[in-house]
Design a protein around this ligand. Structure first.
Ligand code: SAH
Ligand code: SF4
Length: 393
């Protein structure tokens, strides 16, 4: 059980969740006012908290459900919004809990209006980006799982930032609620969630799973697990873990492959040294056989790097026996990486080889590139040398 089920004020360091990195200096200074984050609690923990504050059990259960409804159906962002509570509990909530709704620091809309990128400020001053993509009347929230990323993929702006800290489950859920709250004002709702923002979800697995539990809870946001996609750069043990828990959370899986030989993948994605292609294949085979699900493979097309006929052949060979779909993605420009998008001819030739091997694939349309909201372009703006990279398309 988490250690915050206590009425006393405790130092922030004591409620730092497993998997989170030590608090920043600023957070330590704020320890005097450390409060329970309501998004971090599941319904049972919330009920236990209310009981610990002296509410009789039956009352605690009813109140917990009421608070829960306000959080996940009304998208309340301060304890004051939760109006029908007894006034004693209102002031207790106000004093002891926070709803860690991130502060909107900047919002950017793409010229055609289909992509909305937000820069969000967290309680300790850390910043993250998240994106809402509209396709016809469907809205997909692309959320971050870490501040920065330790994986250091050469072509990725988040990788260039380096790793800052893990996000807590509540901070992940709060990004979805941010968009949901905005959409609800227009009678719309988030239809899909993709863990394709900043960070590597399988290197923050417990908090990512905690967020998925919260998102799929039928008493709350009630997302169907099939509307949630986890994307990984290839953390093999995490993929096996997802296979093991698939019956609970049958989410979709995407793998950022980008190279089908170890020598090339090592240079593009340093994580390949920890989990080389053979290990990755074994993990994916376990996943597909245990879940019966097809896996989506992402392949960023980089001119003269990974778009050769040899790489296409290697990819087709590597995929043999796996139920797979390949997404060929146009490289988005990022400052700090000099690679260029593949030419249309190279893409056509690559695609023809996949056709020859009967590998299902699509060329993914670039989205959000003009506002640096595309795949691999998310980072904290101070670390993005906007304007110094290749011009956005
Ligand atoms: N860490 C996870 C989740 C982030 S998803 C992962 O890597 O899968 C980000 C997606 O954008 C990944 O598929 C990544 O490979 C891709 N990507 C990174 N940099 C890119 C770029 N410059 N252009 C296009 N896609 C990029
Ligand atoms: Fe991290 Fe994914 Fe970017 Fe690689 S592509 S650096 S794993 S966010």
């Amino acid at each position: 059980m988490l250690c915050f089920i206590r009425k006393v004020k405790i130092p922030l360091v004591a409620i730092w969740l497993p998997g989170r990195h030590p608090p920043t200096k600023r957070a330590t200074i704020q320890s005097e006012v450390a409060r329970i984050s309501l998004y971090d609690l599941d319904l049972d923990a919330l009920e236990a908290q209310l009981a610990a504050w002296g509410e009789p059990r039956a009352q605690a259960r009813a109140l917990a459900r009421e608070i829960w409804r306000y959080l996940y159906r009304e998208y309340s962002i301060t304890p004051h919004d939760i109006t029908p509570l007894p006034s004693s509990l209102q002031s207790q909530l106000h004093e002891e809990v926070s709803i860690p709704h991130p502060t909107l620091l900047r919002e950017t809309l793409s010229p055609e209006g289909s992509t909305r990128k937000v820069l969000l400020g967290l309680e300790d001053g850390a910043q993250i980006e998240a994106v809402l993509l509209r396709y016809r009347r469907r809205y997909t929230a692309c959320v971050s799982t870490q501040v920065g990323c330790a994986c250091g993929c050469r072509f990725c702006a988040t990788g260039h930032m380096g790793f800052v800290r893990q996000l807590a489950r509540g901070e992940i859920v709060a990004q979805v609620i941010h968009f949901q709250r905005w959409l609800s004002e227009q009678d719309q709702a988030v239809s899909n969630v993709v863990f394709m923002g900043m960070g590597e979800p399988l290197l923050n697995l417990e908090e990512t799973l905690g967020a998925i539990q919260r998102l799929t809870d039928p008493r709350g946001l009630a997302f169907a697990p099939g509307r949630i996609t986890i994307s990984t750069a290839g953390v093999a043990p995490g993929i096996v873990r997802l296979a093991e828990i698939h019956h609970h959370w049958p989410t979709k899986l995407a793998i950022s492959l980008h190279a089908a030989t170890d020598d090339l993948r090592d240079t593009l994605m340093p994580i390949n040294k920890a989990y080389p292609l053979e290990d990755l294949y074994a993990a994916v085979a376990t996943y597909t056989s245990q879940t019966g699900r097809r896996v989506l493979f992402e392949w960023v097309m980089i001119a003269d790097i990974n778009d050769s006929p040899e790489q296409a052949e290697a990819l087709a060979t590597w995929l043999r026996g796996l139920p797979a779909h390949v997404n060929l993605i146009e490289l988005n420009p990022t400052a700090g990486y000099a690679g260029a998008p593949s030419s249309p001819e190279a893409v056509t030739a690559f695609s023809a080889i996949l056709d020859r091997y009967a590998i299902p694939h699509t060329m993914r349309q670039r989205r959000g590139g003009s506002i640096y909201a595309g795949c691999g372009q998310l980072c904290v703006p101070s670390t993005r040398a906007e304007g110094t990279g290749p011009p956005p398309m």
